[in-house]
Design a protein around this ligand. Sequence first.
Ligand SMILES: NC(=O)c1ccc[n+]([C@@H]2O[C@H](COP(=O)([O-])OP(=O)(O)OC[C@H]3O[C@@H](n4cnc5c(N)ncnc54)[C@H](O)[C@@H]3O)[C@@H](O)[C@H]2O)c1
Length: 433
Amino acid sequence: MKIAVVGTGYVGLVTGTCFAETGNHVTCVDIDKEKVEKLSKGQIPIYEPHLDALFERNIRQGRLSFTTNLSEGIQDAKVIFLALPTPSDGDGAADLRFVLQVAEQLGPMLTDYKVIVNKSTVPVGTAEKVHAAIAANCKSEFDVVSNPEFLREGFAVDDFMKPDRVVIGTLSEKAKKIMTDLYGPFVRQGNPVYYMDERSAELTKYAANAFLATKISFMNEVANLCERVGANVDMVRIGIGADSRIGKRFLFAGIGYGGSCFPKDVQALAKTSSDYKYNFKILKSVMEVNAEQRKTIVDKVRKHFGDNLKGKRFALWGLAFKPDTDDIREAPALYIIDELVKAGAVVAAFDPEAMSNVKKAKGSDIQYGTDEYDVLKNADALIIATEWALFRTPEFERMQKLMKNKLIFDGRNLYDPIQMKEMGFEYFSVGRA
Ligand SMILES: NC(=O)c1ccc[n+]([C@@H]2O[C@H](COP(=O)([O-])OP(=O)(O)OC[C@H]3O[C@@H](n4cnc5c(N)ncnc54)[C@H](O)[C@@H]3O)[C@@H](O)[C@H]2O)c1
């Protein structure tokens, strides 16, 4: 099948590449000229494990190409995926500007039946808006389908190739048949494809992300209570996670959720609720807890050193919002940097993949190390913001020789507090008194 993917970011590039991998011919469209130039030269502009092999193979075999020209990109496509940004607007609602602009442009370009698939995370009712924006200037037949994406950055290829489920929101039998054919190769093991109306599909994505964010905020509150009552959140986590009704995943305490999805999606769902005059109380608490949790690590630093951090030198391990990605959108590390720099401290950071993105955002506000040990030289303390595997079993003796103080603030609970004490570290983590 011939496919176009409009928007070639984390979702669009993975979507396009994976559909090419199953034999489709895919053209990816993006307005970012520099990005398209890079992609056309065979360079991947993001860090996503395991994407390179598929990307290179499908370019080589002529199934994957890139353009900035929308009408050229969609010309022969039967299905057009929209994988466009839906950032938060000033009010917390999802900004549909990018999606609706492309929908308007598509109207006059359609000359034969096509399925327009919304892969962006969009509020309830967007499929109708997209339909109206296209129809305003369109003489051809088309359907709009809501097909939310559940991939996780860092595992995106695996998640796309073997999805837990595929959600297809459409009432059109014709579009349903095309989508079923397209997704067939990805669900051969029997993973379910759920068909539903567009509105339910749109809400499914927000409900999924909001539920996961709720799990994180809940465990962070349990962790905060553990610190006060002298319990260990990791023991509690294991204790409750063994219950199959609760499940083991997404129960790790830390310094709050970040990334390009959870913060904006929880906010957007709260906004949708209030637009419909429904007070979704839990969501408000989830956001409030997350905003507070983000501060806890800097509060611990201040409690230790006092409010005057001027001239103190902090090593910071991890900048990405989570491991295995270079994405720094809403990363807790950025908050830590801002607070410490504002207080006059010096921050020397290292991240295996996200440093170039942070350099673009923060420039020379902080120093950047060549590896995780480089930044420890003469550090008053180490702060850990991202749980990269690389940080899990470091050479502690080497660290001690490099650091001014044997002091660690760990926002991701990477080490055993008892072992750290035995090694002579002063070690602060989350929810482990
Ligand atoms: N990143 C994730 O993990 C993830 C997971 C599931 C769903 N989503 C959702 O998918 C959508 C896309 O997210 P993303 O992380 O891939 O975003 P992104 O910012 O990485 O990529 C969006 C791309 O769209 C391009 N673009 C903007 N306007 C355009 C236009 N008019 N024509 C063509 N291209 C245009 C941008 O240049 C960019 O390359 C969002 O709605 C997001 O919420 C993201």
